[in-house]
Design a protein around this ligand. Structure first.
Ligand SMILES: [Zn+2]
Length: 207
């Protein structure tokens, strides 16, 4: 039986090695479908405390099933967010109608310009803090949440992105907020059709 134990130990050692060889950063393990490099970003100087969810506000479809239209919009809006046009509007991620994930800036080192004039609770400093871009990641969802619901695949991808960053940066679920919450009165996204219950169920089911 000694031989059996040796064999088992070898197998365990091998398995352990396989685990340590994988990237331990859950953000790097995210499946990203396309990369664009937005110039509208700057170096991150604070720790991430939360995530702001936005809608693009464009993409209200007259035909629900016109996927080619959605794909075109997804590419065009992502390109617009990644254009250096002095408008300074960007985000870290955009999620297409079919759940496609586009990364516009990596979250390791860069903040993006998505929240504008905004403020929210900063759990690290324990104060209400202005300029959420400095401590909150930005995610754009393709569509207009005041005109129609988002797709199940969009929620699925959104939950993956949120969960990876929650795990990496110890972000709590109550720090996943909408733009309308950090800029009340000024912004109305991701809008009345955004289903927070659905997102929270996906997050709590797997977090
Ligand atoms: Zn917004």
């Amino acid at each position: 039986m000694v031989e059996d134990n040796t064999e088992l130990n070898d197998m365990l050692k091998k398995a352990t090695n396989q685990v340590t060889e994988t990237d331990p950063n859950p953000v790097h393990a995210l499946r990203v479908d396309s990369y664009l490099d937005t110039p509208d970003r700057k170096s991150k100087t604070e720790e991430w405390q939360g995530i702001v969810i936005h809608h693009t506000g464009i993409g209200n479809r007259s035909n629900v099933n016109d996927l080619s239209l959605w794909r075109r919009l997804n590419v065009n809006i992502a390109k617009w967010l990644a254009t250096n046009d002095n408008v300074y509007v960007s985000a870290h991620y955009q999620i297409g109608y079919e759940g496609e994930l586009t990364q516009l800036a990596e979250t390791d080192n860069h903040i993006t310009y998505h929240a504008g004039k905004s403020s929210w609770w900063h759990p690290g400093l324990r104060i209400w803090k202005k300029s959420c871009n400095n401590f909150m990641i930005g995610i754009e969802i393709l569509g207009d949440g005041n005109k129609q619901p988002f797709s199940d695949k969009q929620y699925e991808t959104l939950s993956h992105v949120c969960r990876a960053h929650m795990q990496k940066y110890n972000i709590q679920p109550n720090m996943i907020v909408g733009h309308e919450m950090v800029s009340p009165g000024r912004k109305q996204d991701p809008g009345k059709y955004f289903d927070w219950t659905k997102l929270y169920e996906l997050l709590y089911a797997k977090y």
